[in-house]
Design a protein around this ligand. Sequence first.
Ligand code: ZN
Length: 134
Amino acid sequence: MIGGCLCGAVRYRVTGEPKAIAHYHCRMCQRSSGAAFITWATCAPEQIEWTQGKLKIFASSENADRGFCVRCGTPIAFFTYGQRDDRRELLEVDLTLCSLDRPDDRIPQFHLWTSSQRSWVHLNDLLPRHAEDA
Ligand SMILES: [Zn+2]
């Protein structure tokens, strides 16, 4: 899978398949994108190769960074960290599914954080729904 931002400055390549693909309705995803939800493809860090450009990083919480294109603002990545031996370790990287060149090639599997799903969003898919994290 390959993808990138709106302006083309940031490009990436993913080897293998994402561990999961889910729609996130949490307020932080809504705020950071300005959209009703973000569809994230969760990958292992070693699956991703940044082939062009550089992400601007915003530390949105203690254990997570959000990466976006500094030129066009496209949200691209969510980096989740953990602690190992007093060292910060990158555990997984989520990519915005719709920043892929071919977003229809992969199918979302469930909804998360539907406790903050916007009242005017009506989805008729039959995917599992979780009020918070799975
Ligand atoms: Zn861009």
